[in-house]
Design a protein around this ligand. Structure first.
Ligand code: PEP
Length: 259
């Protein structure tokens, strides 16, 4: 199955604009679901937290799932402003993005990410764990950086919970409007082999091979196909292009058409 996840960050600025984008994606995403074999593709929209509930209502009878961009390390307590994973699950949220580099840049470290993952899987949410290096150097130290981040973020996660786990490889240098370019499909392929080896070492062959590895970082409707066919991506975590219904729908179609 290919997974296509849209990370809307703090956009759009109004609910009505968000509903318009979601409606257009719903139309095209539903067509992709109907056209493909059952279970071939899954589309997830992760809007800003305050739009999660209304979008869940809007997308209720569609194949598009709604995800969250963050959840806290525990379900309850005096933690002003935090989001309970259990409350997200109760609303109907299925997925949560954790360890995104933009949250790590705000101070979230591997220990907190690991705690959040445990709390999210306990609430029965599927976790999209983001990992990725700051820069690429000739010496290949980016492998060490990603390996360390992966191991530390997954500390304490039992093998029995890996069915809830999805990895998104997002090289930080390729994310966002300031990125010079996307990674190349060969960059992704190389890193996904490394990540896979780490997952197999950590969880064993069967569980390690079953964990999807997505690519994220300046994915658009022109480069998506290459990451699927040459890179072997299990899908995408898409930022900017997921706010453009036409572009995002073409990315969904590329995933639907891939094997
Ligand atoms: C992201 O937000 O995870 C992301 C990959 O953003 P963009 O696609 O805009 O680079």
């Amino acid at each position: 199955m290919k997974l296509v996840v849209g990370n809307w960050k703090m956009y759009p600025k109004t609910l009505s604009a968000g509903k318009k984008i979601a409606e257009a994606i719903k139309k095209n995403g539903t067509r992709a679901h109907l056209r493909g074999r059952r279970g071939q593709i899954k589309v997830v929209l992760c809007p800003p937290a305050c739009f999660v509930a209304p979008l869940l209502g809007q997308l209720k009878r569609s194949p598009i799932a709604v995800g969250a961009q963050n959840a806290f390390i525990t379900d309850e307590g005096a933690f002003t402003g935090e989001i309970s994973p259990a409350a997200l699950k109760d609303l109907g949220v299925a997925y949560v993005i954790l360890g995104h580099s933009e949250r790590r840049a705000l101070g979230e470290d591997d220990t907190v990410v690991a705690q959040k993952i445990i709390a999210a899987v306990k609430a029965n949410l599927k976790v999209i764990l983001c990992v990725g290096e700051h820069v690429r150097d000739d010496a290949g130290t980016y492998f060490t950086e990603v390996g360390k981040e992966l191991r530390a973020s997954l500390a304490g996660l039992p093998k029995s919970e890996t069915k809830h786990l999805i990895i998104a490889y997002e090289p930080i240098w390729a994310i966002g409007a300031k990125a010079l370019r996307a990674a190349l499909p060969k960059d992704f392929r190389e890193m996904s082999i490394f990540i896979r080896r780490n997952l197999v070492d950590r969880f064993g062959k069967k569980a390690g091979f079953a964990i999807p590895i997505l690519y994220g970082g300046s994915v658009d409707d022109r480069n998506a196909e290459g990451f699927l066919s040459l890179g072997g991506a299990d899908g995408f975590l898409v930022g900017r292009a997921s706010l453009d219904a036409e572009k995002f729908s073409r990315i969904i179609m590329a995933a639907q058409n891939s094997r």
